[in-house]
Design a protein around this ligand. Sequence first.
Ligand code: M7G
Length: 331
Amino acid sequence: MADVAVKRDTDSVETDELSQRVKRAKAGDEDGGGEAGEEPEAENILSGFKTSNILSDSAREKNIFIHGKLADQDAVVILEKTPIREDILAEVFSGSSLKLEMRNDIYSTYRLQAPPHLNEIKTTVVCPATEKHVKKYQRQESFLVEETGKDYQSITLPYIQKQSFSVQWVYNILEKKAEAERIVYEDPDPKAGFVLLPDFKWDQKQVDDLYLIAIVHQRDIRSLRDLTSEHIPLLQNIFQKGKEAILQRYNLPASRLRVYLHYQPSYYHLHVHFTKLGYEAPGCGVERAHLLADVIQNLQSDPDYYKNRTLYFPLRADDGLLSKFKEAGRL
Ligand code: M7G
């Protein structure tokens, strides 16, 4: 796997490891190799992709979510232009061709064609995609739901027991059947242990949009709702060791991180999100993200805090769980 070319943070001190990694990445560039050149080329499974419809797109975020068919199977493909990194600028300026669009007084605009290896599109493929995946990526109105502890037992829990996404990908990570080489840190303890690795939304090319997830080894904790004071040591362990590992690997101190859980999550196997403070990661808003520090304190003051509390979260218009809340007269 290619090394991570972590962008330098001007106000932080470089660790030895970080500077070595940046040097290695630069050496690759000087060879004319660069990161793209070091990675094995995958067969282009997308050459036969047939687009059915666009689920959503954003000119501002420079991404597009496409529903279509890959060899007769339903698939979702996500294309996303990646940020322009400082360390590629010299090559962009010297190695590109430039076409003038317009010139006016001191102003001019161009179309710059960068060399292919500096012009990558981050691509995510979900195949076969279920109907639920298609819905997840479709742009839709959301509605805020108020869920009491009782609502959870009578409406949400029965629904998620029948309807949630498979967590096979999570088990593959825990069992080292997938992404093993991407693991940043692991505490193997079956009770308090977890695996920390880059979220697949992060291309790991710059720390500006750093995004890692810590997945717990315990398999019976679905979400925030299942947490009690019994889990405080587990949560403290993830918080402490996760922060230390990120400082070591990416030179980012805890004061630059947003560490939180989603409620509702998409995948009901407990995991914690670590993102860079200031990066507006999808789902980091107050209606879905619960800071891990707050979760620990709430459990310290009341062991059953999350069993009983009313929790608020948004559900998309065509989410089956929203229909269940409507049927129960809760919306
Ligand atoms: P969530 O709160 O359950 O759902 O978080 P969300 O996707 O609605 O935020 C699950 C997190 O796991 C998300 O941040 C996903 O981007 C990430 N994720 C999902 N999958 C299927 C994978 C995967 O296969 N590998 C990795 N590394 N991350 C994933």
